[in-house]
Design a protein around this ligand. Structure first.
Ligand code: 5AD
Ligand code: SF4
Length: 437
């Protein structure tokens, strides 16, 4: 019998997929009777889900592991995720670490941790490059009441020259369609209205299944399920945006008019050295098609600055393309040299000061473009899915991911409802308006 006074504290570094994995493991702990407490509190078990996409991810991950041990030196500490997968020995060498788990084999964590004493140690990390199937873990979503994340794919086969993720996540694996649809039903039964499909490389969804499937097909099947108001696709590489997918987003009312398409660079020579499979012209063409087919579409992106050999000219081409495409949000990453990747050996690594400067300029452009996008809705009515009520205000997003704030009485709980709002003001952050009618 498990003592229900046992407590678990959790922290997640990195991306949405990591957050999903954390939630799936937390679900197992809750099922076993554990209680979730704040990370600052004294807990019996600490779970740190690590990231290794940049040096900063590594550093923050190690910091949280040390903090867990400091918060309670007698606790059991579980370290899982991308940093644990790529450098299990280094993680195991940190003081207080009880269990090291990678990015697979997470279904038995609770039993494993129950067997171990705090001073013992075990590693469950296996060679991820040999893992061929999607680890199917159901997950409750702890982040809110309206929008749930659903992971349908893991891993990546692309090996971009800068990226450590394929080493951390292994080959592309897809969740079986039956499991995806079952998860959707469960999420809807919990009252969620919006689902965000995530994966490490979503565009590869279904290629490994028998019979093969596609992102467009599974999205259409999900969108057909009754009760789902919105389906958002988190990220698709440019060369994987098929006509079928564009058609679906353009025509299906449940599909959000929002595409996150990682650009990384607007310079052909940089794209080529990054090992990306598209040119700046191809990216622009896809963006043009999306704009033509999907009015008011939000196109968001990831861009990396300071890749080895990136000249001022290359960077200006990125700025120009970003401006021409008209992104509504840019996530800016400063290139980080990662051990084991091809680009780590490339000449002409860029000075930190230079990266910082380019990052600032691009962030500034991103904010200006966000503001421009938001301003285009002034005077229009937009449909807002309300996510939270704060004092006398309701806050939510449109399907094309504009954050909307409007006055609302705290007596009426609008969370989970779609409200029509007339936009009056806009900033880089979002828009404000009044309930329409
Ligand atoms: N340095 C900086 N950013 C990186 N990313 C991936 N690898 C690196 C790296 N070595 C960024 C990419 C990707 C995002 C998730 O992380 O922009 O789209
Ligand atoms: Fe970080 Fe990438 Fe792993 Fe996500 S997949 S946690 S971004 S290294």
């Amino acid at each position: 019998m498990i003592d229900d006074a046992r407590t678990l504290a959790v922290v997640t570094l990195g991306c949405k997929v990591n957050q999903y994995d954390t939630d799936a493991v937390v679900t197992q702990f809750l099922d076993a009777g554990y209680k979730l407490v704040d990370f600052q509190d004294r807990a019996d078990v600490y779970l740190i889900n690590t990231c290794t996409v940049t040096n900063l991810g590594d550093r923050k991950s190690r910091q949280m592991i040390r903090r867990a041990h400091k918060n309670n030196p007698d606790a059991k500490v579980v370290v899982m995720g991308c940093l644990a997968q790529t450098t299990p020995e280094d993680v195991a060498a940190l003081e207080g670490v009880t269990l090291v788990v990678g990015t697979d084999g997470r279904s038995g964590i609770v039993e494993e941790i129950e067997r171990l004493e705090p001073w013992q140690q075990r590693s469950l990390v296996q060679d991820i490059l040999d893992v061929a199937t999607f680890e199917d873990m159901p997950s409750l979503d702890f982040s809110g009441r309206t929008r749930a994340t659903l992971k349908i794919q893991d891993g990546c086969d692309q090996f971009c020259t800068y990226c450590r993720v394929p080493f951390a996540r292994g080959p592309s694996r897809s969740r079986a369609p039956e499991s995806v649809l079952r998860q959707v039903e469960e999420i809807l039964a919990l009252g969620y209205k919006e689902i965000v499909l995530t994966g490490i490389h979503l565009g590869l969804y279904g290629a490994d299944l028998d019979p093969p499937q596609s992102l467009a097909q599974i999205s259409a099947d999900i969108a057909a399920i009754k009760g789902l108001l919105r389906l958002r696709i988190s990220s698709v590489d440019p060369h994987e945006i098929t006509d079928e997918l564009i058609d679906l987003v353009a025509t299906h009312p449940v599909l959000c008019r929002h595409m996150h398409i990682p650009l990384q660079s607007g310079s052909d020579s940089v794209l080529d050295r990054m090992g990306r499979n598209y040119s700046r012209a191809q990216f622009q063409e896809i963006a043009d098609i999306l704009r033509r087919r999907i009015p008011d579409v939000a196109i968001t992106t990831d861009i990396m600055v300071g890749f080895p050999g990136e000249t001022e000219e290359d960077f200006l081409q990125t700025m120009q393309l970003a401006e021409d495409v008209g992104f509504s949000k840019i996530h800016v990453f400063k290139y980080s040299k990662r051990a084991g990747t091809m680009a780590a050996t490339f000449p002409d690594q860029i000075e930190p000061g230079q990266k910082e400067d380019r990052s600032k300029r691009l962030i500034q452009l991103g904010e200006a473009m966000a503001e421009r996008f938001h301003c285009s809705f002034i005077g229009e009515n937009v449909a807002v899915l309300v996510e939270q009520m704060q004092e006398n205000q309701a806050i939510g997003h449109t399907d094309n991911y504009v954050k909307v704030t409007f006055p609302a009485s705290p007596d009426v709980d609008l969370v989970g409802q779609i409200v029509s709002v007339r936009v009056l003001e806009a900033s880089a952050d979002g828009v404000q308006g009044l309930v329409n009618g």
